[in-house]
Design a protein around this ligand. Structure first.
Ligand code: RIB
Length: 302
């Protein structure tokens, strides 16, 4: 069984259903509101554990009702939460998701406890990282913790996957050089490279720029169109499944968790792993909400 460690965020998502985004100064009624477990890190960890990987999560949560709700979900899914610690001052992270009638979302984040993880927390998880096959992180926790975790991973030959989300323009060179696979969407790829990703040539151009920044393997996800990979001399494209999209929240996180659970350490099966990840995220987008919509392996393998 694959051993995966995810360093990342935990948010409670407040989903506000609206016909369209309000204009400046406009007051609008929403058609519904609901709550779901979310946070990029937690979604990726849930995807990996539901894909069948032995998964440990490094994260920080508050000491509030939201924390109880999230910790119950993690225990139910069998996620190892030995390194999920509670901060007594900061609240559990929250995301306000504006979801329009076309399934497109805009997200506002309150970082809360996610921003209080320290490099000391990472040192405490040293053995879990060193013993893993793969470490995944993103940008909803402090950058210094990502660098510290990736350093431990590379000292121990652990595969590192960076999801550069939410989009950032200045990623430290050090982090990129410690990254085995970077998985941006088209917006994140543009933020890092300055290249607008619209078609296959622009995907190749952006990937080449990422290679020159020190990342050997690049996977750019382009939503309903599919995903592109580049390993320098070799590249390819995997089409997405055509489905009825209700909500794209956590689609990218599902892709990453499932990808990591399937990838061989030599990345020899990258296309197969991307197809598998793409099938899983095509299921996620058919239901509203983040963690509640992430499929179990039995639903992906049929
Ligand atoms: O990637 C989706 C996630 O981004 C949501 O669950 C929300 O919490 C934000 O972190």
């Amino acid at each position: 069984m694959k051993k995966i460690v995810v360093l990342g965020s935990i948010n409670v998502d407040i989903i506000l259903n609206i016909a369209r985004l309000p204009l400046p100064g406009e007051t609008m009624a929403m058609s519904n509101r609901s709550t779901a477990g979310g946070g990029k890190g937690a979604n990726q960890a849930i995807a990996a554990v539901r894909a069948g990987a032995e998964t440990s999560f490094i994260a920080k949560i508050g000491q509030d009702r939201s924390a109880d709700f999230m910790l119950d979900t993690f225990k139910y899914d069998g996620l190892n939460i030995e390194h999920v610690t509670q901060d007594e001052n900061a609240g559990t992270g929250q995301a306000y998701i504006l979801l329009d009638d076309n399934g497109q979302n805009s997200i506002l984040i309150y970082g809360g406890a996610n921003q209080t993880i320290t490099t000391k927390d990472i040192e405490e998880a040293h053995d879990a990282i060193a013993d893993a096959d793969c470490l995944i992180t993103e940008f909803e926790t402090p950058l210094a913790t990502s660098v510290a975790a990736f350093k431990i991973a590379k000292e121990n030959n652990v595969l590192t996957i960076l999801n550069p989300a939410p989009a950032k323009t200045n990623i430290p060179d050090e982090l990129l050089k410690l990254t085995d696979i970077i998985v941006p969407n088209e917006t994140e790829a543009e933020a890092i490279t300055g290249i607008k990703v619209t078609d296959r040539p622009s995907m190749e151009k952006a990937a080449n720029k990422l290679h020159t920044l020190g990342v050997k393997n690049v996977i750019i996800t382009v939503g309903a169109n599919g995903s592109f990979y580049s390993q320098g001399e070799k590249n390819g494209f995997v089409n997405a499944y055509k489905v009825n999209t209700v909500d794209t929240t956590a689609a990218g996180d599902t892709f990453i968790g499932y990808l990591a659970s399937k990838l061989n350490s030599d990345l020899g099966n990258i296309e197969e792993a991307m197809m598998f990840a793409s099938k899983a995220s095509s299921i996620t987008v058919q239901t509203q909400g983040a963690q509640n919509s992430i499929p179990y392996l039995r639903d992906v393998e049929i």
